[in-house]
Design a protein around this ligand. Structure first.
Ligand code: ADP
Ligand code: MG
Ligand code: ZN
Length: 484
């Protein structure tokens, strides 16, 4: 048998980061009781009219531009008809032709160091369906329409990928970009970023594509890898036995690690797309495109370079580039205080651990980048000691308060008042005559102990540099007065 190679194309669904649904003002996402976020539009009541969410169009266009595609100045919604219990309209409102975005792509760096451009076919907007909840106890299926009408973009690649590793690389890079753009919140476990994998085999080098299967709705990078590997083996075995692969839609069973048919081509849907008469064409003005282009972030490679030039540590850079919402947080903090090193230290030592412990994305924390930046600035300016900053951090993180207010309220601003520090220093030396003597006998290491004692007296508010200076001055004078 000739050698076969895999051909893979992806259809990625990303839930757009809007407050409300695509065609009504019901909340999109968030905590809610079943069917709480439902109105006459998203429950498909006769006569209810959809109204397009402008923010969704903006986010979709932003994604198109960031992926180097062309934003269609004029695009249309169609009705994609099929019956499903959680699809109250009896059709999905989706874009067929023209979609909001055409072309574009992402460049991957392969294991061998070579670059590969993965082309996009299109990006279109559509609404999501509701959910069927299978209630085992009652032996009934219940329907929750909270998700019905939630805005999605679908990103369709050309069949340019050749392995599970490439597919995962592509998805991770796409996810990182879209979350950084705040186009989607991208929480995989919530299904906010999920994909269908199309896969076929063909003789190595052949220009003709083989028959493909489509694995639906994978919402973890690991499952994508497992599903592709399984499917490559399954199809290879079929060809090796002289058989033909059926064009099928498959479901990936993550527990068994195998794909199973969902439906075959014979029962494939004929969606009978037709123009959605209730919605006018989507017009994207050149002004919006220009404004969005302005707002696009640097590609990740450029950001890497920039951080290296700032002298940031490799570990920190790596954690930021792999954690898009942390990266955005850091970038925003820098706009308030351009002291990257101090901000980086605060994030590594305090902010990340607190966020992880509370299971929060940086974008969700009460402590805003402006306030973290202010705390960093206060430390650098000597307005608070590092000790104080670290002591109050828990408070700041939990409350989201302005550090300036907390520091003032607690009377914690850094004491550089010489008189107060000198008084504390004298008290400490009087209380530790032995250590004072040691110091004056040349055991200068005890100084740090004495500094610590003064810091304690000041409850961490004293400026350690001034403390050390005051102690040395007093010890010096004491030395002169000691009888020989
Ligand atoms: P549909 O919308 O019916 O699923 P499309 O032609 O739009 O079909 O293709 C959907 C996805 O399948 C795209 O990502 C495309 O790259 C991929 N694809 C198409 N043909 C093949 C094939 N023979 N092998 C692998 N992927 C394919
Ligand atoms: Mg498809
Ligand atoms: Zn609604």
């Amino acid at each position: 048998m000739t050698n076969l190679e895999p051909v893979i194309g992806l259809e990625v669904h990303a839930q757009l980061n809007t407050r409300t649904k695509l065609f009504c003002s019901c909340p999109a996402g968030g905590e809610a009781l079943p069917n709480e976020n439902v109105c006459e539009v998203c429950s498909g009541q006769p006569g209810a009219l959809p109204r397009l969410n402008a923010k969704a169009v903006e986010l979709a266009a932003k994604a198109v531009l960031a992926l180097d595609g062309e934003v269609s100045p004029f695009s249309l919604f169609s009705r994609k008809n099929y019956f499903y219990p959680d699809l109250p309209n009896g059709f999905q409102t989706s874009q067929l032709d023209p979609p909001v975005g055409l072309g574009g792509g992402l460049t991957l760096t392969l294991a061998n160091g070579q670059e590969k451009f993965v082309r996009l076919n299109r990006i279109h907007m559509e609404d999501d369906a509701g959910k069927c909840l299978h209630d085992e106890k009652r032996d009934k299926t219940l329907i929750d329409l909270n998700r019905a009408g939630t805005p999605l973009i679908e990103i369709v690649t050309e069949p340019d990928l050749s392995s599970s590793v490439e597919a995962i690389d592509f998805l991770k890079k796409l996810h990182n970009l879209l979350v950084r753009l705040e186009v989607t919140r991208g929480r995989l476990e919530e299904g906010e970023f999920r994909c269908d994998v199309n896969i076929s085999l063909k003789p190595v080098g052949s220009p003709t594509l083989g028959v493909r299967t489509e694995i639906k709705n994978l919402n973890s990078f690991r499952f994508v890898g497992q599903a592709i590997e399984f499917e490559i083996h399954r199809q290879t075995a079929i060809y090796a036995a002289g058989g033909q692969v059926d064009q099928e839609t498959l479901h990936f069973d993550s527990l068994k690690g195998e794909t199973r048919p969902l439906r075959t081509k014979e029962e494939a849907h004929d969606y009978r797309y037709f123009p959605q008469p209730d919605l006018p064409p989507v017009i994207v003005e050149p002004e919006l495109i220009a404004r969005l282009k302005e707002s696009l972030p640097l590609p990740i490679e450029k950001i890497n370079e920039r951080y290296q030039n700032m002298g940031l540590q490799e570990d920190f850079i790596a954690s930021l580039t792999a954690w898009p919402s942390a990266l955005n947080y850091f970038e925003e903090a820098l706009t308030f205080y351009p002291g990257p090193k101090r901000v980086a230290v605060l994030m590594t030592e305090l902010f990340f651990p607190a966020a992880r412990q509370n299971n929060l994305e940086p974008s969700e924390t009460l402590l805003r980048p402006a306030h973290l930046a202010k705390l960093a600035r206060f430390i650098d300016e000597g307005r608070v000691s590092k000790n104080v900053a670290y002591d109050i951090f828990g408070d700041l993180f939990a409350s989201g308060s302005d550090p300036e207010i907390v520091i003032k309220a607690k009377g914690l601003s850094l004491v550089t008042d010489e008189e107060a520090i000198t008084a504390w220093a004298r008290e400490v030396i009087e209380a530790h005559p032995l250590e004072a003597q040691k110091y004056n006998n040349g055991q200068t290491k005890v100084l740090s102990f004495l500094v610590g004692q003064v810091m304690r007296k000041s409850q961490g508010t004293a400026d350690p540099k001034s403390v050390s200076l005051a102690l040395r001055q007093i010890l010096f004078e004491l030395n002169e007065e000691l009888p020989y």
